[in-house]
Write a protein that binds this ligand. Structure first.
Ligand code: AMP
Ligand code: MG
Length: 411
């Protein structure tokens, strides 16, 4: 355990968290369920896509030399000797000089033909086709293997599967794919003052918000959330709930990590032999933030206020979940943006809620409103976090600042 009064930097905190992550094992799942899951293996193609040369257009398979010089006034005229439909067979079909075969998009190219002219440039008449335009050789022809060659490494272990990736798996005839398992995540809210959604609220009570924002985030990053409910601010209640939570790969609690009289979360960590790695981060909002591990289990004690809860999740829990699932890319993109208003911040690392727009390919950003940690609305309005490092206390309108694009995929 390090010196408890020392707040670690955001970068240090992330490093500590990632050092504790041991990626989970694998499972085979249907490709239809694989969206956003992380590949456990490289995918190497065992075939060519497309398997044969085929037509990219509906039209006529021809020999380009046959229609050399063709124009509207002086069309080339070829004899139609057959038709090949999409999925059709080419056996026994051969285009010879002076002939053409009607062909549909995706149909295999017949022998002899090098190119396809599209219907729009032709007219059929009594077994012949008039072609009004010449063409370069191999026009509208797709070549075998031009998309994927045999032995191509098309997808990589550790990449998150997007829709095009799943399409590639389908084209290679994978019905199932091997991916990392999803982490199970227990969610606990702590606080005597909390009333859950659906409960009658008494004077002085606060609606439990964090369990729901966190549940949503865990689902978004493909964890398997289990909401355990609200723990009262007593050692007994918390102990029971944390014990149950430790059955999961990851535990996230909120509240009870400040220096208040009833902030018991760290006592529970000690009690349950959860090894505390840090308990404060040099970050506003989100300074009180505990992270510990018990074996391979990761235990996050996030701040109680709704905005720091979410911001800490994005900075520390999100990357941990992604790494547990084997993902290589875990960084939210950061770009520079012109600030549209002055910002005055103290000497601590700030992540402010902002909204960026793009004008003439340049990013501009302004705050989404009041930045109090309890004001979730300015987080809901935000599409980025404005990064103000601790050595900077003032930034003027028109200057550039870094912004973290929290709604964009990891790079
Ligand atoms: P704490 O660190 O437990 O003192 O909590 C800090 C602040 O966050 C207090 O105002 C709490 O009422 C509030 N808070 C704690 N947990 C939640 C929650 N689950 N949902 C909404 N607000 C909360
Ligand atoms: Mg509390």
């Amino acid at each position: 355990m390090r010196n408890r009064d020392l707040a670690v930097s955001i970068e240090e905190a992330l490093k500590i968290v990632l050092n504790s992550v041991r990626p989970l094992g694998c499972e085979d799942i249907p490709i239809m369920e694989a969206s956003n899951r992380v590949l456990y293996e490289d995918i190497v193609s065992d075939r060519m896509i497309p398997p044969l040369d085929d037509s990219a257009m509906d039209g006529y398979a021809i020999i380009a030399d046959d229609i050399h010089g063709a124009s509207r006034d002086c069309p080339a005229k070829l004899q139609i000797i057959g038709e090949i439909q999409a999925g059709g067979s080419i056996i026994g079909r051969q285009v010879l000089r002076g002939t053409a075969i009607r062909i549909m998009t995706g149909a295999p190219m017949p022998e002899g033909a090098d190119s396809v002219v599209q219907f729009e440039d032709t007219e059929e008449e009594g077994g012949y086709v008039k072609i009004f335009r010449e063409t370069v050789r191999y026009n509208n022809r797709r070549f075998a293997g031009e998309n994927i060659k045999k032995e191509d490494n098309v997808l990589y272990k550790g990449s998150r599967l997007g829709s095009a990736d799943i399409g590639i798996l389908a084209s290679l005839d994978y019905s199932a794919v091997r991916v990392y398992k999803q982490p199970t995540v227990s969610i606990i809210s702590t606080g005597d003052e909390l009333a859950d959604v659906g409960e009658e609220i008494q004077i002085g009570q606060i609606r439990n918000v964090n369990s729901y924002t966190l549940y949503s985030e865990v689902v978004k990053y493909k964890g398997l959330p289990d909401y355990l409910g609200i723990a009262k601010d007593t050692l007994k209640d918390m102990r029971e709930m944390f014990l149950k939570a430790l059955e999961s790969d990851v535990v996230i609690s909120t509240g009870g990590v400040s220096r208040g009289k009833y902030d018991f979360v760290k006592d529970i960590y000690s009690d349950l032999n959860i090894d505390i790695q840090f308990d404060q981060v040099n970050l506003k909002p989100g300074k009180p933030c505990v992270f510990g591990n018990k074996g391979n289990k990761l235990v996050f004690g996030l701040p109680g206020n709704p905005v720091p809860t979410l911001i800490s999740f994005i900075q520390f829990v999100r990357p941990a979940l992604l790494r547990l699932m084997g993902a290589k890319r875990i960084k939210k993109p950061i770009v520079n943006a012109y600030l549209e208003e002055d910002i005055d911040s103290g000497k601590v690392h700030h992540l402010l809620r902002g909204y960026f727009t793009i004008k003439n390919n340049e990013f501009y950003v302004s705050k989404t409103g009041y930045q109090k940690p309890s004001m979730l609305r300015s987080m809901s309005d935000a599409n980025c976090l404005i990064v103000i490092p601790e050595d900077i206390t003032k930034v003027k309108a028109g200057e550039k600042v870094a912004i973290q694009l929290i709604n964009h995929d990891e790079i």
